[in-house]
Design a protein around this ligand. Structure first.
Ligand SMILES: [Zn+2]
Length: 299
């Protein structure tokens, strides 16, 4: 669930998607209106899929959220503040477990599952309007004290850096999110012509050799690399998987990112971390939410 769309899928035990549906997130101040759209979507895929065999319901949401209380307050779904999403969906699969996790956690778990990472320690990062993430350690999501671990976007990487939407300063997100990259490029004189001044247009410009666009991605990659190197030093990471719209920039992001990680990292256990583009795109979150439901059903 995010501010733009609501997506649902029936996922098989082997990680293939049996059926899926997507609807735009209703723009409404009414919590029940948004919940009704989600309820209808989930029922639709549940009925289309092999409903008798459905073992549980996994819900991934943009944050902030409280997975233990089952409530969400997504920044971009203003109708929901401390909204009891698991209670709202409880009747969809009566008697079966329903679990809630952050979208970054679901992405990381989905990538871990389908990527065949096994016991490797994986950091999943979503670089989009914000920068989110999740950690999978020992095959399980590391949730932390309140279910919010893995927020790589709010690791501080620039001590004199720009203000961040979180209320802090110098965070990875303030330097590496799509809007942050595009904003910096515009400030440096880049113009997208008749296109919106966003990270997608900037990536096209960088691929075409625009020097400001290239510097913008280099700068974002350096901040992201600083976050990754810090996380790798703390957790002894094996792999980092990067998804989200900005990762679609491809080599103009990943080439300077790998170079910056090599430049910033020193210790051998940190330099060994491997960086991969997501191979699942938007499906990673659906798969991770399903994996959580399957795990809950086994417990
Ligand atoms: Zn922040």
């Amino acid at each position: 669930m995010g501010g733009t769309k609501l997506a649902a899928a029936v996922v098989e035990p082997d990680g293939t998607i049996a059926t899926r549906a997507v609807v735009p997130t209703p723009v409404s101040p009414d919590a029940q209106t948004v919940a009704a759209a989600l309820d209808g979507l989930v029922r639709e895929v549940a009925e289309r899929g092999p409903s008798r065999r459905l073992v549980g319901l996994g819900v991934g949401s943009a944050g902030p959220l409280d997975p233990l209380a089952g409530t969400v307050s997504p920044v971009n779904i203003t109708a929901w503040r401390d909204f009891g999403i698991l209670d709202a969906l409880r009747d969809v699969l009566p008697g079966r477990p329903a679990v809630l996790a952050g979208d970054g956690h679901c992405m990381a778990l989905g990538e871990h599952w389908r990527g065949g990472y096994g016991d490797r320690s994986v950091l999943g990062i979503v670089v989009s309007t914000g920068v989110g993430g999740g950690l999978v350690i020992g095959g399980r999501v590391h949730s932390g004290g309140t279910g919010n671990a893995g927020h790589i976007g709010h690791i501080v990487v620039d001590l004199g850096g720009p203000d961040c939407a979180c209320g802090g300063r110098g965070c990875v997100e303030a330097l590496s999110s799509g809007p942050a990259i595009a904003r910096w490029a515009v400030e440096q004189g880049w113009s997208p012509g008749d296109r919106p001044a966003d990270a997608r247009a900037l990536a096209d410009a960088a691929r075409a050799g625009d020097p400001v666009a290239r510097r913008a991605f280099d700068r974002a990659a350096l901040a992201l690399a600083a976050g990754i190197v810090s996380a790798a030093a703390l957790i002894d990471l094996d792999d980092v998987v990067i998804g989200g719209g900005v990762s679609g920039a491809g080599d103009v992001l990943f080439d300077p990112l790998r170079a910056a990680v090599a430049e910033l990292a020193g210790l051998p256990f940190v330099t060994r971390v491997r960086i991969h583009p997501s191979t699942l795109g938007g499906d990673a979150g659906l798969l991770g939410a399903a994996a959580l439901a399957m795990e809950a059903a086994r417990a």
